[in-house]
Design a protein around this ligand. Structure first.
Ligand code: ADP
Length: 407
């Protein structure tokens, strides 16, 4: 890599944190990465940086997003990389129906992101703070917005429409949008490449299992169904989110616990899922260890997680015209041999047969096939959302560098 290779800054600006990575424009490992935490809170904010094996922590002078990005900017400058930054790619959570692909940021794009922000007020407002701060800090460098929802805009109406009075869709845009689109796009592209699938005739189901989790049916490279909905609460059991729940049960819980709507929303988003079931942790590793130690609630939490996951994979497979492969990704999908084994066992009806040794080997960024069956294949493929954001930023900024997909 030449020392003058252009660089891309990838920014994920959340409500209380800013995560970033500085990458070579042609792909490859990041030069600098980190997270600014506790932004917008009463406590002190700090910046944690990783540069190769080095780790550096500093307190931020103010706890707003602009200060966090200013500190990141000054580290980029101090390392002598500033003149090489050629594009900034921003993760934006909700693009509504307006954005079906990544775009160069312009004043109109900012106004459109604002216009769809009612669908995800906290997330989009935080994403916009990142965009605005970077536009100030890097006024001459192209900014690109990459949307979590964009990949799912190919879903047909029958998959995205809720069976509620139609006026709610017409007047308020209430429909299913889906999330994790950047991960699904990256992983399904990698799957098509690794499995040598016909680009015009294939079907895969991708399970992105992290703290947030969702499943996507990808038909010929396009999302045709997914488990998340208007918000990232629908679908699978997650770290702290309940996923699907009878709305009647939510109303009943509100009555018995004396909660208002915001209280129910918070309970289902922050106190449910693996955490609520185990009464121990939202972290899959901790739950697995507790289950091994004989903790029945932890064991049940894993069983419910896997049952819901398998059920969704089966359901989403019916949105495909053929089922070539199931792909696991995300922190749990990439690392938990146990969750994968339990899931494939549940899915025996599809003809999955686990290759136990291959399954055990898949952790810490490894990729490969984990089944030995005659039916659909099962794979582990690590996701790389930041890599794909960088790739889109390079393309839309018009940088002339050859791209390679990271393994
Ligand atoms: P996020 O959605 O925040 O990006 P990640 O994709 O990093 O989350 O996934 C975090 C989840 O991955 C946690 O539940 C964590 O316990 C789980 N995980 C990471 N490593 C392992 C492992 N070796 N075994 C089981 N679960 C793991």
């Amino acid at each position: 890599m030449s020392s003058q290779q252009p660089l891309v800054l990838v920014v994920n600006s959340g409500s209380s944190s800013v995560k970033f990575r500085l990458l070579p424009a042609d792909g490859g490992p990041s030069l600098l990465a980190g997270i600014a935490e506790s932004l917008g809170t009463s406590g002190p904010a700090r910046l944690v940086l990783r540069k190769g094996e080095e780790r550096h922590v500093e307190e931020l002078p103010g706890n707003c997003h602009m200060n966090a990005l200013r500190a990141i900017f000054s580290h980029v400058e101090r390392n002598g990389w500033l003149h090489r930054v050629a594009a900034v790619g921003h993760r934006v959570v909700h693009g509504g129906e307006r954005f079906s692909q990544s775009v160069r940021v312009t004043p109109e794009v900012i106004a459109d992101i604002e216009a769809v922000s009612a669908l995800a007020p906290l997330h989009n407002a935080a994403n916009l703070m990142g965009i605005r701060s970077c536009s100030e800090l890097f006024p001459t460098i192209p900014q690109v917005a990459v949307f979590d929802t964009a990949f799912h805009q190919s879903m047909p109406a029958e998959a995205y429409t809720y069976a509620i009075p139609s006026r709610f869709y017409r007047e308020h845009g209430i429909r299913r949008y889906g999330f994790h689109g950047t991960s699904f796009r990256y992983v399904s592209e990698r799957a098509a490449e690794l499995l040598a699938l016909d680009p015009k005739d294939h079907g895969v189901v991708v399970a992105h299992l992290g703290n947030g989790a969702s499943v996507c049916a990808v038909r010929n490279g396009e999302s045709c169904d997914t488990s998340m909905g208007l918000t990232p609460l629908e679908g699978l059991v997650m770290g702290t989110r309940a996923g699907d729940l009878d709305v009647g049960a939510a109303a009943h819980m509100a009555r018995v616990a004396g909660l208002d709507l915001a209280g129910v929303e918070s309970l289902l988003n922050r106190e449910s899922g693996l955490l609520g079931l185990s009464e121990l942790s939202s972290d899959c590793r901790t739950i697995q260890l507790a289950a091994d130690g004989g903790d029945d609630r932890a064991a049940l939490a894993l069983d419910v997680f896997v049952h819901r996951l398998a059920r969704y994979i089966g359901a989403l497979a019916t949105s495909l015209h053929r089922f070539d492969a199931l792909v696991f990704t995300g922190g749990i999908g990439e690392n938990s041999a146990r969750v994968r084994e339990m899931t494939l066992k549940h899915l025996g009806v599809f003809g999955f047969a686990l290759d136990a040794q291959a399954n055990e080997r898949m952790a810490g960024g490894a990729f490969g096939r984990i089944d030995s069956g005659m039916g659909p294949q099962a794979w582990v493929i690590p996701t790389d959302e930041e890599g794909l954001i960088a790739r889109d930023a390079v393309r839309l900024a018009g940088l002339d560098v050859p791209q390679r997909l990271a393994a």
